[in-house]
Design a protein around this ligand. Sequence first.
Ligand SMILES: NC(=O)c1ccc[n+]([C@@H]2O[C@H](COP(=O)([O-])OP(=O)(O)OC[C@H]3O[C@@H](n4cnc5c(N)ncnc54)[C@H](O)[C@@H]3O)[C@@H](O)[C@H]2O)c1
Length: 331
Amino acid sequence: MKFAIVGIGHIGKRHIAVIDAEPNAELVAICDIDLDRCKEQSELYGGIPYYQNYEEMLRDSGCEIVSIATPHGLHAEMAMQAAKHKKHILVEKPMALSVDDSNKMIEVAEQEGVKLYVVKQNRFNIPIKLAKDALDDGKLGKVYMVQCNVMWNRHKEYYSNSDWKGKLDLEGGALHTQASHFLDLLVWWFGELEEAKTVRGTLHHDIEFEDCGVSALRFTSGVIGSLLWSTAVYNKNYEGSITIIGEKGTIKIGGKYLNKIEFWDVQSYPLPEDIEFSDKPNNYGKYKGSSSNHDKLVHELMENFAEKRNGIVEGAEGLKTIRAIDKIYQG
Ligand SMILES: NC(=O)c1ccc[n+]([C@@H]2O[C@H](COP(=O)([O-])OP(=O)(O)OC[C@H]3O[C@@H](n4cnc5c(N)ncnc54)[C@H](O)[C@@H]3O)[C@@H](O)[C@H]2O)c1
């Protein structure tokens, strides 16, 4: 498939590298308002055509699918613009900043007959797959509780060097950026979020939304739990974890990026041996982010297209995270 990418900042560069390396994809254009960035990436990838104007790229590049890796506040409009040009869409998380915008994106994609996918690369993490298999097979029995911790460091320049991070209208909040990866997994496993009681505050950074928060949660399945999230952890990322407490077992997926099994005690279902926990975080130099499994996601996406099957998170599924985020902020 012919891919184009809009937004070639921190994660857009990873999209370029992944699509360039994927045998079933061809990168035909990149787009960014930053001309230097366009030139630099174009040179790196053999003179790939670049555009500073998104509409022009959609019109002229001949792409079939667009990866959107721009600030959150632009996702909805850019996705709908792509759909109107009959392009399929792979939008970075969070798909949008509001439930209304997410619904509009889904509606327009349907009307135009194009696919709308949302990046949820943590679903490809090895520990996540192990836990998902155990849950699907009922190995944990009834699940009672879940505890999710996102204890990360974002340094001051992460916000002060950006024209959109830390801004309510363009970033939304830390739930949209950091915690949305984790919320996707929680609603995937335990059903949509029914109830949330939240306390949050801006304790460390000079930004327009919270850098610390904690919420007590109840999911439609009856599972109750907690989410603690912070970008104010001293010096470096400390933990990204999900602990599941079930009738017949306990699993803690941990490490800093949901990349390890910290604890596994499941009745008659030991952790399979000889597993290599090889998931890596995205490394942006001064800070590290969530898992870098974009390569697995794009590969799976291409296979799905070729074989006309589903499996990658689409708009309606991505919307569940946005609904959960709204509930936690309102709770
Ligand atoms: N899945 C993940 O693990 C992951 C990791 C990092 C970022 N992200 C997501 O990717 C998106 C981008 O984040 P980032 O950290 O790379 O941001 P960034 O600021 O590094 O990059 C954004 C880029 O978009 C460009 N841009 C802004 N407005 C534009 C416009 N109108 N037209 C074209 N280009 C425009 C900017 O010039 C910049 O190069 C966000 O939605 C973020 O949540 C996802």
